[in-house]
Design a protein around this ligand. Structure first.
Ligand SMILES: [Zn+2]
Length: 167
């Protein structure tokens, strides 16, 4: 299991370099497996590499009801996004106990490489869409705090619950 880095660790502010499948810095399948385990062990639905101290352009996403469908997205790129937005609540494993509503596109089309290096394309909507964009932000050094006003953030922090009292 990997240790999760909490804000304001500086790696959360770094832009992650592309993963080079021709000359891999580490085993992509082993990293995918370890990050999925870490994500589920912490009740998350997404986890970016820099959140576990790995300097790789990759995140994992999955739902506990369908754990076998969880997967890694290497070198992800958004190729289209809807103009209409949804305002959904987000949480982040690097900010325990904080929940905040964030406006993001309702649906996106994206391209990425799987852990075998194969190019894939897919569409995401609803919670999957906001999760994909939240994790992609991490790889750019952006955190969800940056997506809301200072006042809205301060209110969310005030309402936040200690980690052991969540649910
Ligand atoms: Zn996050």
């Amino acid at each position: 299991m990997l240790k999760i880095v909490n804000f304001p660790d500086t790696i959360l502010r770094e832009k992650m370099p592309d993963f080079d499948f021709e000359n891999p810095s580490q085993d992509p399948k082993a990293l995918e497996k370890e990050m999925i385990e870490t994500m589920f062990a912490n009740a998350g639905m997404g986890l970016a590499a820099n959140q576990v101290n790995q300097r790789v352009r990759m995140f994992v996403m999955g739902h506990k009801d369908m754990p076998e469908a969880a997967q890694a997205f290497f070198n992800p790129v958004v190729i289209a996004a809807t103009e209409d937005v949804q305002n959904l609540e987000e949480a982040c494993l690097s900010f325990p106990g904080i929940y905040v509503d964030i406006k993001r596109p309702t649906a996106i089309k994206a391209r990425w490489q799987n852990s075998s290096g194969e190019f894939q394309e897919g569409e995401f909507r609803g919670y999957e869409c906001k999760c994909f964009l939240h994790e992609l932000d991490h790889l750019e050094g952006i955190v969800f705090k940056d997506r809301v006003s200072t006042i809205k953030w301060a209110m969310s922090v005030k309402k936040s619950k200690p980690k052991n009292k969540r649910k």
